[in-house]
Design a protein around this ligand. Sequence first.
Ligand SMILES: Nc1ncnc2c1ncn2[C@@H]1O[C@H](COP(=O)(O)OP(=O)(O)OP(=O)(O)O)[C@@H](O)[C@H]1O
Length: 241
Amino acid sequence: MNYSIAINQVSKSFGKKVVLNQIDLTIEEGQIYGFIGPSGAGKTTLVKMIVGMDTTDTGTIHVLNKKMPNLGLLQAIGYMAQSDALYSELTGMENLKFFASLYKLNKTEIKERISYAADLVHLTNELNKRVKAYSGGMKRRLSLAIALIQNPKILILDEPTVGIDPELRLSIWNELLRLKNEEGKTIIVTTHVMDEAERCDFVAMIRDGVILTRGTPKELKEQYQVDNFDEVFLKAGRNDS
Ligand SMILES: Nc1ncnc2c1ncn2[C@@H]1O[C@H](COP(=O)(O)OP(=O)(O)OP(=O)(O)O)[C@@H](O)[C@H]1O
């Protein structure tokens, strides 16, 4: 079977600390996959290796059947990091234009993509301001717009909705669902927000560098005999202690 993302026996340590321990995970095209787990569990480390920003110690990661890291996949993967990587002296528009220029897009596409992405995150009227004058939430929104700029097949979003108000959070999620349903995008989201985890097709609960459990939100609620996801999270943590 062809997977969008195939993670095979991946381990990673920093110094003596084992941060990920023999992770196996496959993600099919057109799925939204949520990574949840406590702070320090290893989610960001895993995500960075999927994007190709970091390398595994052992094991392999394939994205679109190509072994990572692979520079040829830059256009195919949109990544929103946990900390914003923006040019603060430039305006929002200049940031979007700069990142769009890194990809194979013609002038018309650049214009259309900037307009789409800025509109999605409700920044259209703020694009002429310098980023240093943006609030934390506005910077997150600009980072999300940048992750979408090249119309990537795969979106990897590390806590995309932190600092974003509930109304915009809902519209961003509606758009993620539309991107999945209508455009077949594959999306990975790390989150601490349990109602976001419920919107994913599959969820992997990561703790201490291992996947404690995985499945659809419904399966996990049944497995732990609870009716909301906060309780899944708490019980999964407890059962293993
Ligand atoms: N470059 C690094 N050097 C040393 N240790 C690191 C490095 N990057 C991450 N770590 C450590 O690896 C562990 C996992 O970190 P990671 O950022 O992957 O967790 P996380 O699950 O994403 O947490 P959070 O939910 O807080 O973002 C932590 O103990 C962290 O301190």
